[in-house]
Ligand binder design. Structure first.
Ligand code: BES
Ligand code: MN
Ligand code: ZN
Length: 498
């Protein structure tokens, strides 16, 4: 996809299609106003016909509007004119693209970037546009046989800007948006692939392939014997029941010599049956998504590598499958983690924390400036926050605030949840240093506290993405979140935001 910016008027540009917006109560957006003037009132007449009211998310295609060079005008509803913020912009542009997908347009001029969007400038509007285009074009057809349906023929997208001075910001936004969209698309693919294809070894091969594609990116993969030598018995206890070999995937992106890295740790459980503490049958297929933490950190580092940002980023992915068998770990078993702490495994379904604690300990060798783990860790997180916000926990309120702010800027939102000793005491064990579960109450927080026991002295945050990483129901699928949030943090730290 190619992006360009232009100050030309909606009616004057000879593209296949222009997108313009109208607010409720017949208020025309900038592009619509221009088209209305050029066509002798076509927009106002269309609104009068009653076919469109300006409600957010509405859209329609008008063809051959008099006085307009483009043969198609896609009109989208922008909602109430006082309420047009970032989420509304994203809804509107998606609705516009949806209409365009029913046409054979190759070149499109998006005039919605001319609107006043609260808290967003030309850079962010361009970025959200590129991301929305990525979402729109994404298809997961790898596992379907037969002839593939042709995709959209879209080739070029113009971003309307009010003044020449916005061009550089807008183009930078498009470039970053394209990189984020490609990171999300990779994360979605990995999430959507079934567990019989996307195994720990498959994740490792994907990481190795990325390293071959990007000069500044290296990948190392550790096998079970190497993990055993490191003392990662907590991680290895999760893989005991499966025949799929576990992997520890380590990626390093070097963009700035001599600077302490940001380390991203992603939960890579390629299938979570619960183990001996077996999950109920209905919906268990969705546990193929239990590696979306891994997918998102791999997606984020690939976006960073693509943009060649001046920053150092490492990714550590503990990749395992959690199955029951005669060799599986039992409830009540006690294992020694790489840190030396012993863990009583009261529930083999609380496996994410068991692999993450060893990955966090392993990550100390990189002397991270900041370490962030990302995991589909608890069902309790879905109960607490639903599907819209990622839970953000941290030992450092400033880091949590940085992450929440990055979530707002990238429209991939999080919510700060507490961590404290009162919760940690729910993990007391009669027999070991700590138990791997802390009861139903505050289940996401006690999971965070468990990880906190392994991050002493590190600048650490934990993201629980159990609710945000995928959509259930009819349009089931991976969302690619929180790639935008993670990339935003890294863009900001690299000084790459305009
Ligand atoms: N992968 C699950 C968490 C999960 C559940 C994510 C549902 C998305 C949707 C995790 O490994 C798990 O099973 N957690 C348990 C923890 C419990 C045993 C303390 C849970 O949430 O039930
Ligand atoms: Mn589990
Ligand atoms: Zn799990």
């Amino acid at each position: 996809m190619k992006y360009f910016t232009t100050t030309s008027k909606a009616s004057r540009r000879a593209v296949d299609c222009v997108i313009v917006g109208i607010y409720e109560r017949s208020k025309l957006g900038a592009g619509a106003a221009d088209i209305d003037a050029a066509s002798g009132g076509a927009m106002k007449r269309y609104i009068k016909s009653g076919d469109i009211s300006g409600k957010l998310g509405e859209s329609a295609v008008l063809t051959n509007v008099a006085g307009v060079r483009a043969p198609r005008v896609v009109v989208v509803g922008l909602g109430k004119s006082g309420d047009f913020g970032v989420p509304q912009y994203r809804r509107a542009i998606l609705a516009g693209l949806q209409s365009i997908s029913k046409t054979r347009s190759q070149q499109v001029l998006n005039c919605l970037t001319l609107e006043n969007v609260s808290d967003a400038d030309a850079y962010y509007l361009a970025r959200y546009t590129a991301q929305a285009v990525g979402d729109m074009l994404y298809r997961f057809t790898e596992m379907k046989s037969g002839r593939k349906e042709p995709g959209m023929p879209l080739k070029q997208i113009g971003l309307a800007i009010a003044k020449r001075g916005d061009a550089a910001r807008s183009m930078r936004g498009a470039e970053h948006g394209v990189a984020i969209a490609s990171g999300m698309s990779l994360a979605k693919d990995l999430g959507n692939l079934p567990a019989n294809v996307c195994t720990p070894s498959y994740l490792a091969r994907t990481a190795q392939k990325l390293a071959r594609e990007h000069k500044n990116l290296q990948t190392r993969v550790l096998n079970e014997a190497e993990m055993k030598r490191l003392g990662m018995h907590s991680l290895l206890s999760v893989t005991a029941g499966t025949k799929e070999p576990a992997r520890l995937i380590v990626m390093q992106y070097k963009g700035k010599a001599g600077k302490a890295p940001v380390v991203l740790v992603g939960k890579g459980v390629t299938f979570d049956s619960g183990g001996i503490s077996l999950k109920p049958g209905p919906g268990m297929d969705e546990m193929k998504y239990d590696m979306c933490g891994a997918a998102s950190v791999i997606g984020a580092i690939s976006a960073i590598a693509k943009l060649k940002l001046p920053i150092n980023v490492n990714v550590v992915v503990p990749a395992v499958e959690n199955l029951p068998s005669g060799k599986a770990t039992r409830p009540g078993d006690i294992v020694k983690s790489m840190s030396g702490k012993t863990i009583e495994i009261l529930n083999t379904d609380a496996e994410g924390r068991l692999i993450l604690c060893d990955a966090l300990t392993y990550s100390r060798r990189f002397k991270p400036d900041t370490i962030i783990d990302v995991a589909t860790l608890t069902g309790a997180c879905v109960i607490a926050l639903g599907h819209h916000r990622t839970a953000v926990m941290s030992s450092n309120d400033k880091l949590a605030a940085e992450i929440v702010a990055a979530g707002i800027a990238s429209d991939d939102r999080g919510w700060h949840m507490p961590l404290s000793d009162e919760y940690t005491s729910q993990l007391d064990s009669n027999f070991a240093d700590l138990a791997n579960v802390g009861g139903r109450d505050g289940g996401s927080i006690t999971a965070g506290c468990f990880l906190g026991e392994f991050t002493d002295g590190m600048n650490w945050a934990h993201l629980d993405i159990a609710g945000t990483a995928w959509t259930s129901g009819k349009s089931k699928g991976a969302t690619g979140r929180p790639v935008p949030m993670l990339t935003e943090i890294l863009l900001a730290r690299a000084g790459a935001l305009p």
